[in-house]
Design a protein around this ligand. Structure first.
Ligand SMILES: [Zn+2]
Length: 301
């Protein structure tokens, strides 16, 4: 392109070797590229014992020739620094935003430059763990590694906690009853309210409770919730958990409702406990499979 300054002539030249420019690699780089073709990354040891990746023919620190010892490194490594490329150009390894990064592969003492396909600049940070994404067809070129990708550091896993409960005196008494197929409640001597499960003092008047009463296993649904997430205690999804006020008691207890489609459960519905067979009973609430409709007319709440 001619310059506007008439005393200086300038022209832009492009040096191109259509079809490729072949040069010999030398034994060190040649070994590196050959290993890449086979899906391995190697470095070369210097006389001082450092591992150069990519390998060089001379130790940059001393200028001495390197040893003939090659060591496999990585292939995973750690990002030391990077530059984010928002608009990839022709010839870039990826056609979407990526990072040029200095990556120190595990076992190497120097870092190599390569692309990191992190998806978002926010994913880049010093110390980011990455590993190579290899091309299926490899030719012995640095681009045999298409790019590096972040290692998977987070997975979604199911959590289930099992624990055993040491019941207090009152709950122990209640569960003892449950083991025998009986619901044990108590009556406050002050306000005469009946509570189930059994408790040792009245939440209303605070006085100690001494009178034990056996309450029926029938009751009325006061409120309920349809649950769409699985629960180890529930037989299926969706399932219904409900507050059930047992007959003759003054506060409801929470329990599963079954034997009816979830959407048919309603407030005021009459229910009865469905007990597991006697031989399967333990000292736990799982002795009651759930509460099922009795078929009686609904109760006005
Ligand atoms: Zn009371």
């Amino acid at each position: 392109m001619p310059s506007s300054d008439p005393t200086t002539l300038r022209a832009r030249h492009t040096l191109e070797f259509p079809g490729g420019y072949t040069r010999t690699t030398g034994p060190v780089i040649g070994r590196f590229l050959t290993e890449l073709r086979d899906g391995r990354v190697v470095g070369v040891r210097t006389a001082a014992g450092r591992t150069l990746v990519p390998p060089l023919e001379y130790d940059p620190d001393t200028g001495d020739a390197v040893t003939e010892e090659f060591v496999e490194v990585g292939p995973a490594g750690t990002v030391e620094s990077w530059a984010w490329v928002n608009t990839p150009r022709k010839g870039h390894p990826l056609d979407r935003p990526f990072a040029w990064a200095l990556i120190r592969l595990d076992g190497a003492d120097t870092a190599l430059v390569h692309a990191v396909d992190a998806g978002d600049v926010k994913a880049m940070r010093p110390g980011l763990r990455v590993r190579p994404r290899w091309r299926a067809e490899r030719t012995g070129h640095i681009t045999d590694i298409e790019s590096f990708v972040p290692e998977v550091t987070r997975i979604v896993s199911e959590v289930r906690v099992e624990y055993s409960l040491r019941p207090g005196l009152a709950l122990a008494r209640f569960l003892q009853g449950v083991a025998e197929g009986v619901l044990i409640g108590c009556r406050c001597g002050g306000c005469h309210k009946v509570y189930v499960p059994y408790r040792l003092s009245c939440p209303e008047c605070g006085v100690p409770i001494t009178e034990e009463v056996v309450v029926p296993d029938t009751g009325t649904v006061t409120t309920f919730a349809i649950n769409n997430l699985p629960d180890p205690r529930a037989p299926e999804v969706p399932f219904v958990s409900a507050y059930i006020q047992l007959d003759g008691t003054d506060i409801p207890m929470i329990a599963l409702v079954g034997g009816i489609a979830a959407h048919e459960v309603r407030q005021g519905m009459r229910v009865r406990a469905v007990w597991v067979p006697e031989e399967e009973r333990t000292t736990s609430m799982s002795n009651i499979k759930w509460f099922a409709p009795t078929g009686e007319p609904d109760v006005e709440l």
